[in-house]
Structures are given as structure tokens and as C-alpha cells.
Design a protein around this ligand. Structure first.
Ligand code: PLP
Length: 403
């Protein structure tokens, strides 16, 4: 166990040593431009092709249906920009209230410029109601964009049903799968998915590289204009080393996915069961089962999540109160609020997200510190009102069912 127990893998992951090794030659001797005709350029071109192949294997799609981007945010933004260029009479986009800011903020930006954006609500589990989605689709709707897995709660959307519905209604479907790729089976070509976003730094590749799956025969207008890189779909000299890193990370994920998911699930269940035993009034935020295996978002009634975060940091435990991107803002998490949590419940929440290298002793050490911190913070509160909201699932109850 290292000095720090890192339980914030949904914020970012460390670069896998094998990923780093594969990148280094492209930061040293293999510095050619992939568009150059001499051997130095061809070496780079081959490496890009191989990385695309490796990512395609993870996603079970054809390599030519993937374009590398600067990050997940760019992949998401590119989709909105492209679909709005498809048909001037269809300028309505549907998304949800629990998306990452890379969708929400872009949607709000577009709304200010006259594009109609519907932000669908979610239920207490953090999921979208299909009937509601069906009703929201109009004749001028061009795109539905719903995330595969939520970054804060890990809640998984019913992507097959949503994609099917969009196909029936003849609208394009995009899914932000940044949190799902590498943690769940994500195979876009097996479903009627038109666009799917990926980010390297969530699966042990470096920050600043992502990818976008574009279904064959789907019209795509580039977001960045310039050179003819990425099949004329994304201009700019390729970030070769990072793309190579993403390829290696994808290969490792393909090789290890079932085992690492199983191991994370086992540790996460142990984590939640132990907290249920040791502490009262702890609630799981999000669907108890339809969640990523690595994510545990919990409300600890009576504590301030930000204070807990600091005390845990002092004890070498890294976790998150709300998503990393909103840390520092005093507003409660928009995801938890959209799920119907009160401001107080949202503020008492912490997200723990495990990684492929998290060990049992990491978890046991973190558990000891979490119990210590929560007990301390609660002791400073004169009276802690027990949660009497029956719609919230007590962690103890979920734990008991899972035994
Ligand atoms: N979408 C989701 C669900 C995310 O969790 C994130 C990052 O936290 C992003 C998009 C943005 O990805 P990137 O950091 O690569 O821009």
C-alpha cells in the first residue's frame, strides 16, 4: 500500500507504466510527422494505425470509424456542432440534466444562441424514463445525447433501449461513454449508436487525448478545420505519443476487462458492506445495481462532504465531493440535485471510485479513515437528524440484500 490511497479514478487515472513505455519512443527518436512521406513519418503513421486498431478491438468496431480527438470534451462538442450542420429545419437536441459539463455547458451555450435544448429529468436512481424521452422527441429533433455511465454516481443508462427508441424515431443518437469505456462492455457498432465519446485519461492513458466513434454512413462535419488528418474529420497534427498511449491502454483494457471489473466489484461491495456495518445513516446515491463496478457515491447524513474531503486528504485518502470539475464551487452537485437529493444530502456526499490497481489493503485502510472522519464530523454536530426519507436506500438494507 502506498502512502496515498487513490479512490478518485473517475476524476482521472494514473498512466499505466506499460502505456508510458509505449509512448516514450514517440517523444524521443520517433518524432516524425505522420503525414511525411519519408521513413520517419511512416513509422509514426504505422503507430497511429496500430493505436486505432487497438482501440477498435476494445470497442469491437472498425478502426476507420474512430477519430482521435484532443479529449472527451472535444469529442462531445464535435458531435453537437456536426449534427446542427445536418439540417437547418432540425435544430432541437435532447440530453439529460445529469450529463457531464462537457455536454451541459455546451448545451447552455447553444441555447443562448437560439438552439433548442431539452434537458430531461432523471428519477431517484439517476436514470431517464423512456416514455418521457419518447414524448420529448419532436419532428425537428436531430439528436439525443445520453451518457453511458455517470461520472459522479456510476449509474448506467439503458443504452440499448434508448438507442433503439432513437432509431425508431429517426433521430441521431450520441452517448458520452467517457466513464464506461474500460470499465464496462461498450460495443457501439452492435447497437444503433451514431456517435460515442471516449477519453484517454479515464483508462490509464494520458490526459489530453480522446476519440470519437462515428457510425458508417453518418454525416459528420469537422469541428476543427485545417489539414486532412483523421480521414478529413479532425484537422491538426496528431498527438502521436498520447494516441499511442491510448492504443496501449485500450489493448490492456481488452485483455483485462472482465477480471478487473470483477475485482473492483468485489472490493466495492466489501467497502459498502463494511461502511453499512460500521456507520449509521449512509445512503447509496444512484441505482444500487445498474452502476459501474468501481463507483460508490454515498451520502453520510450530518456531515459536510467538503470538510470530510479535507480531513481524508490529511489522512492520505483521495476521493471526491461531487465531480472533480465542480470541486471548489459551493453549489451542490447538479447530478445529485437532479436525482432529487436535498442540498444537505448532496453536500454530505462523497464519491469513491476504485481502479484496476486498488487492493484490499487500500480499501481496508480507507475504510478505517472514513469511519474515523465521519464519526469525528458527526460528533461535532449537536444533533443529527436520522434520514426518514423512505425513498432513499439505506446502505445497510442494500448490504443485507447483497449478503
Ligand atoms: N464526459 C464525462 C462523463 C466525463 O467524466 C469527463 C471527464 O471528467 C468528460 C466527459 C470530459 O473528458 P475530458 O476530461 O477528456 O475532456
Amino acid at each position: 500500500m502506498s502512502d496515498v490511497v487513490y479512490l478518485d479514478h473517475n476524476a482521472t487515472t494514473p498512466v499505466d507504466p506499460e502505456v508510458l513505455d509505449s509512448m516514450l519512443p514517440f517523444l524521443k527518436q520517433n518524432y516524425g510527422n505522420a503525414s511525411s512521406a519519408y521513413r520517419l513519418g511512416k513509422t509514426t503513421r504505422l503507430a497511429l494505425d496500430q493505436a486505432r486498431q487497438e482501440l477498435a478491438q476494445l470497442l469491437r468496431c472498425q478502426p476507420e470509424h474512430l477519430i482521435f480527438t484532443g479529449n472527451g470534451t472535444e469529442a462531445n462538442n464535435a458531435v453537437f456542432a456536426s449534427v446542427l450542420d445536418t439540417d437547418p429545419d432540425r435544430q432541437h437536441i435532447i440530453t439529460t440534466a445529469v450529463e457531464h459539463s462537457a455536454i451541459i455547458k455546451h448545451g447552455e451555450y447553444l441555447a443562448k444562441r437560439g438552439i433548442e435544448i431539452t434537458f430531461l429529468p432523471v428519477d431517484r436512481n439517476g436514470q431517464v424514463d423512456l416514455d418521457r424521452l419518447a414524448k420529448a422527441i419532436r419532428s425537428d429533433t436531430i439528436l439525443v445525447s445520453i451518457m453511458w455511465a455517470n461520472n459522479e454516481t456510476g449509474v448506467i443508462s439503458d443504452i440499448p433501449a434508448i438507442a433503439e427508441l432513437c432509431q425508431q424515431k429517426n433521430v441521431l443518437f450520441h452517448t458520452d461513454a467517457v466513464q464506461a469505456v474500460g470499465k464496462a462492455e461498450v460495443y457501439p457498432s452492435e447497437l444503433p449508436i451514431h456517435f460515442l465519446s471516449i477519453s484517454g485519461h479515464k483508462l490509464y492513458a494520458p490526459k489530453g487525448v480522446g476519440a470519437l466513434y462515428v457510425r458508417p454512413r453518418t454525416r459528420f462535419t469537422p469541428y476543427l478545420h485545417g489539414g486532412s488528418q483523421e480521414f478529413n474529420k479532425r484537422a491538426g497534427t496528431e498527438n502521436v505519443a498520447s494516441i499511442v498511449g491510448l492504443g496501449t491502454a485500450a489493448r490492456l483494457a481488452t485483455e483485462n476487462l472482465p477480471l478487473s471489473v470483477q475485482a473492483m466489484q468485489h472490493l466495492r461491495d466489501h467497502f459498502e458492506k463494511t461502511l453499512a456495518r460500521e456507520l449509521e445513516n449512509v445512503e447509496i446515491n444512484g441505482h444500487p445495481q445498474q452502476r459501474l463496478a468501481n463507483t460508490s457515491n454515498l451520502s453520510f447524513a450530518g456531515i459536510d462532504g467538503e470538510a470530510a474531503l479535507m480531513l481524508l486528504d490529511d489522512r492520505g485518502i483521495c476521493c471526491s465531493a461531487g465531480s472533480a470539475c465542480t470541486t471548489g464551487s459551493l453549489k451542490p452537485s447538479h447530478v445529485l440535485s437532479a436525482m432529487g437529493l436535498t442540498t444537505e444530502q448532496a453536500r454530505s456526499s462523497l464519491r469513491f471510485s476504485l481502479g484496476k490497481n486498488t487492493t484490499q489493503s487500500d480499501i481496508d485502510h480507507a475504510l478505517q479513515k472514513i469511519v474515523e472522519v465521519v464519526t469525528k464530523l458527526r460528533s461535532l454536530q449537536p444533533k443529527m437528524a436520522p434520514s426518514n426519507d423512505s425513498s432513499l436506500r439505506s446502505l445497510a438494507a442494500v448490504g443485507a440484500r447483497a449478503e
